[in-house]
Design a protein around this ligand. Structure first.
Ligand code: ADP
Ligand code: LRH
Length: 494
């Protein structure tokens, strides 16, 4: 008899991947989670004129390729679930057709709109009613930008589906709205857990676009007969998972207690902790943390940090010249570069989507009277040390906001393959880092599917499974004095 299996699609801003998760019995007789990578593809935005879009049909094609490959490799998943980055969406007309290519959250059309919306609504009210850090790409500003531009698709839209819900709809024909994604829009109230219709009315955003959210673990539909026929595969159930990748990753953090700090390291770095409810204090607003709806009736108090995007963008430029340099090679070069030569403030919005990231870093260094990095290794070192320093600051803030003390930091996500970053982080925060698993989002995604299918009792059991099934690498802090000096220098920059 085949072990219970689930198919998890995890779409990040840099790549998408499909994993099969299976519940198997280990040599010790205990249940274990075995994951197999089925499919992986690059996710690159497409520029059209002044705008930046996701290639949504390419993503659908890759999802179908994943379903087909799972079948060809002999797996029989009972269900599938999709998680993606937050905030972005597609608009459907009244016959259920996609009206336009979804915008990418780095599209410049939201520039300056935080200020405009704050002037109308008030920054304090906006925070209290959404619990979110005011990020320029939040759904609220994207819709307000479209409204201001007289967007024809918006005028004709009947339903808004956030990216994971949109892709699930393409495969099942069923429209749904998953809770964790809903909380990334800034149009959802974390206190009352309802859509904020008065706020939508005030901004001229049609409130009828939004469906009532369902919680992670809800079965929303099945693969359509047409998709099954096209691919030659049997049908399976679609489960709304922690559809926001950050929430799926948080659910898979192998912590032993209910009070733990984590750092999800991918295109973005998300540093935070889990709470039973949103924390809507003025201090949270001032320190610009977010309360995002999580898996298992939690809220995740976290901060968005610009993350490895900065390194990805430098690499994209360096790769244009011909020979491809891998992240592993870049990390190696950074490891041999001089320490603490130059530092940047990673969360300066100038790094959100500059034309030339390497030049933007150079400019920051010039403006702050620091030496400009002279090589790829020096640039990468500058990025990694600056991120580690930022993690230190944000972890301290997180402790202050919650009154908790975290004696270690869990790191998960693709970025933990950068061992230098894990080591720098341990040193910067002055406490151990526990790194693993890499594929936390896909794992959190499948845990919710197993729970929905009655294979595991809940997320706590899921976390135990993760602990047993994946190696955790520990990094101990080093060079305390040098890091204290660097922290003082970094604080003067920000
Ligand atoms: P996302 O889900 O946002 O697309 P991932 O979780 O896949 O991101 O993480 C991607 C990041 O992981 C890359 O930006 C890169 O910096 C890092 N990374 C991936 N593989 C390696 C590697 N072999 N060595 C060092 N860093 C790596
Ligand atoms: C990370 C992430 C993050 C969002 C951003 C748009 O992938 O989901 O939580 O803020 O993408």
């Amino acid at each position: 008899k085949k072990p219970p299996a689930a198919l998890a699609f995890d779409l990040g801003a840099s790549s998408g991947r499909a994993f099969i998760g299976e519940l198997v019995t280990g040599e010790d007789g205990l249940k274990q989670l075995r994951i197999t990578e089925i499919h992986r593809f690059v996710n690159e935005p497409v520029e059209i004129g002044a705008h930046l879009h996701w290639d949504i049909l390419m993503l659908l094609k890759e999802l179908k390729a994943g379903i087909l490959k799972a079948h060809q490799q002999g797996f029989e998943p009972a269900s599938f679930g999709i998680d993606t980055w937050g905030v972005d969406f597609g608009l459907l007309d009244r016959s259920g057709e996609l009206l336009a290519n979804p915008y990418h959250y780095r599209d410049p059309h939201t520039t300056g709109l935080i200020e405009e919306v704050c002037a109308m609504i008030g920054e304090d009210k906006l925070f209290r009613e959404s619990g979110l850090q005011l990020m320029p790409f939040n759904t609220i500003y994207q819709l307000y930008a479209m409204k201001k531009a007289g967007s024809v698709p918006l005028e004709h839209a009947q339903t808004l589906l956030l990216t994971p819900d949109l892709l699930t709809y393409f495969l099942t024909g069923v429209k749904a709205c998953e809770f964790t994604m809903a909380t990334t829009t800034q149009l959802f109230r974390p206190d009352e857990r309802v859509w904020n219709e008065p706020l939508m009315d005030r901004l001229g955003i049609p409130s009828g676009l939004f469906l009532a959210p369902v919680h992670p673990g809800t079965e929303t539909g099945r693969l359509t007969a047409a998709v099954c026929e096209e691919l030659g595969v049997p049908s399976m159930r679609a489960i709304a998972v922690g559809s926001h990748d950050t929430e799926s990753a948080a659910a898979a953090v192998p912590s032993g207690s209910s009070s733990f700090a984590y750092l999800i390291c991918g295109t973005w770095s998300l540093l935070g902790t889990e709470l039973p409810d949103a924390l809507l204090t003025p201090e949270v607003r001032e320190l610009e943390f977010s309360n995002e709806g999580g898996v298992g009736n939690t809220f995740q108090l976290l901060k968005n940090i610009m993350g490895l995007w900065i390194l990805q963008e430098c690499r994209r430029k360096w790769n244009k010249s011909g020979a491809e340099i891998s992240f592993a090679e870049l990390t190696h070069e950074a490891g041999h570069a001089e320490a603490f030569r130059s530092l940047i403030h990673p969360d300066d919005l100038r790094f959100m989507n500059p034309k030339d990231m390497e030049q933007e870093i150079a400019r920051f260094c010039e403006e702050t009277n620091q030496p400009v990095p002279r090589s790829r290794g020096e640039t990468a070192r500058c990025i990694l040390e600056s991120l580690a320093l930022r993690y230190h600051i944000v972890l301290e803030q997180c402790q202050r906001l919650t009154g908790r003390h975290f004696s270690e930091l869990h790191m998960v996500g693709g970025g933990i393959q950068n061992e230098l970053l894990c080591q720098l982080t341990a040193s910067a925060i002055g406490r151990p880092v526990w790194a693993g698993p890499v594929e936390a989002s896909a794992i959190g995604n499948m845990l919710v599917q197993f729970q929905a299918g009655g294979e595991i009792a809940g997320i706590e059991e899921g976390k135990q499974l993760v602990k047993r099934s994946f190696p955790i690498q520990t990094y101990e802090p080093a060079d305390a004095d040098k890091w204290q000096e660097a922290i003082a220098r970094f604080n003067r920059l920000a």
